[in-house]
Design a protein around this ligand. Sequence first.
Ligand code: MBD
Ligand code: FE
Length: 269
Amino acid sequence: MPGEGLDSGTRTRSVRSGEMSNNRIHAVVSDIVNGIRQVLVRHGVTFDEYRAGVMYAVKTGEAGEIPLMLDVFLNSTVSDIENAAYGGTEGTIEGPYYLPNAPIIPNGGEILTYDDDRNVPMVVRGTVKDLEGQPIAGATVDIWHSTPDGYYGGIHNDIPANYYRGKVLTDSEGRYFVRSTVPVPYKIPDQGPTGALLEMMGGHSWRPAHVHFKVRADGYHTLTTQSYFEQGDYVEDDCCNGVRPVQVKPDVRENGEKVIENDFQLAPD
Ligand code: MBD
Ligand code: FE
């Protein structure tokens, strides 16, 4: 059952794929509402505070930051529920900047990047295997990460959507290999409602430098995860609570290229 082993009380069964049933919506949404009601009572929230909260939600929507706001606070919990339900390589947050139509990069090829003085070449490589350690050929490893100044293609600063993203297919031995450039820590903009809220709460709005992965193969549960850089800023203090030790990669360099290696294991669907 999804979430087994996570200690948070009674749990209803999820639908593993497809639409949520009306019963499921009833069960989850009524618990969300009851949970929020309890918080309002516990803190004696006033009508003015409630109205300010409503306006903050409106502002968040107007800024297009609803996905960002929810991912900052809640995505890591959903990843943990999936990890407990499926096994395989530990997943973590997807974040709001995944785009499904990234270009296919030939195995051994390069993700599109801009020439930039700050570029540090990076190799992203490894394997995709099943839980028995058998290679999965033809798995899709979908990779996305920031520019050397911390922005995402297709999202920020008019960077085209086919830059800093790509899908590579594993070979007959389950191997994948692409070149790109090293990303940097990402600051959730503090002019926006999400970053401002994090700072009002006494925290910061930085994520450690990271490379995102979504790994898919027919018959297997899709893995969404990230890699981080050992000793990197904010690795111990991610504003999105998205770091798990297994995802923090040692500083491996080969011929001046930073190497990020992941041997992914996929659980059956
Ligand atoms: C990101 O790049 C990210 O990965 C997450 C989880 C949230 C905000 C920005
Ligand atoms: Fe990200």
